[in-house]
Design a protein around this ligand. Structure first.
Ligand SMILES: N[C@@H](CCC(=O)N[C@@H](CS)C(=O)NCC(=O)O)C(=O)O
Length: 224
């Protein structure tokens, strides 16, 4: 019998959700061990042994430990039975990796930090939000051009979909993100398809459940 997976992280994290989606789509059981990397006392010392850069998530599988979401999801896809999350063929695999790196390098800073955090986060910043709108819109256009149907790479869900879905879910929490997404109907339809999957429903961000924070309302409605 295989050891059970332990994932270290928090339910609000985009990258933790990517890993959880991979486990859910594979049908692999796991335990989520909470880690508070933003604790006032800093990243817990024992966690720093699992992740030397203090980010989430990290994985333990028996004696084996791993950090970096890409390494984690590819490991789980390789080791466990269940639907493969990697397409056949060098070209499709390269296109999948391209989308994953687009999400890491361009989408995460622009959509999540630039737009979502500055509108719906705990400390909204209207100037940074305004500066983020064009870069985020560009990112969505690129993503829509790259997206196939019904899923990012075609007929079935791959790691590319799992990288995109949590970041687009963040975007949808904030009104400006929702507005930008409304101008990208192909991406919107893809997201609805993803959002209806059990994996996505079972890993909702706390913010998706709680709704748009009233502390950020003033940014879009000064009279509020
Ligand atoms: N390259 C890392 C990125 C992980 C990452 O940025 N995680 C965020 C949470 S979504 C984090 O830990 N942020 C804390 C920080 O930057 O201090 C991966 O792919 O796992």
């Amino acid at each position: 019998m295989q050891d059970r997976l332990t994932l270290y992280g928090a339910t609000y994290s985009v990258y933790v959700r990517i890993a959880r989606l991979a486990f859910e789509e594979k049908g692999v059981g796991y335990d989520l061990e909470p880690v508070d990397i933003f604790a006032e006392t800093g990243v817990p010392e024992d966690y720093q042994r699992l992740h030397p850069f203090g980010k989430i998530p990290a994985l333990r599988h028996g004696e084996f430990t791993l950090y970096e979401t890409d390494a984690i999801v590819r490991y789980v896809d390789d080791v466990f039975e269940g639907p493969s999350l990697t397409p056949a063929g060098a070209e499709a695999r390269a296109r999948m990796t391209r989308i994953m790196r687009v999400m890491d390098n361009y989408a995460y800073p622009r959509l999540v930090w630039g737009l979502y955090v500055n509108e719906a986060g705990e400390r909204p910043d209207p100037d940074k939000l305004a500066a983020s709108i064009d870069p985020a819109a560009h990112c969505l256009k690129v993503l829509e051009d790259l997206a196939s149907a019904p899923f990012m790479l075609g007929d079935r869900v791959t790691l590319a979909d799992l990288y995109c879905a949590p970041m687009i879910a963040c975007l949808r929490i904030a009104p400006t993100g929702r507005r930008l997404l409304a101008g990208r109907p192909h991406l919107g339809t893809w997201f609805e398809r993803m959002a209806s999957r059990a994996s996505m429903k079972g890993t909702l961000f706390p913010q998706e459940v709680a709704g748009f924070p009233s502390s950020a309302q003033a940014l879009i409605d000064p009279d509020c």
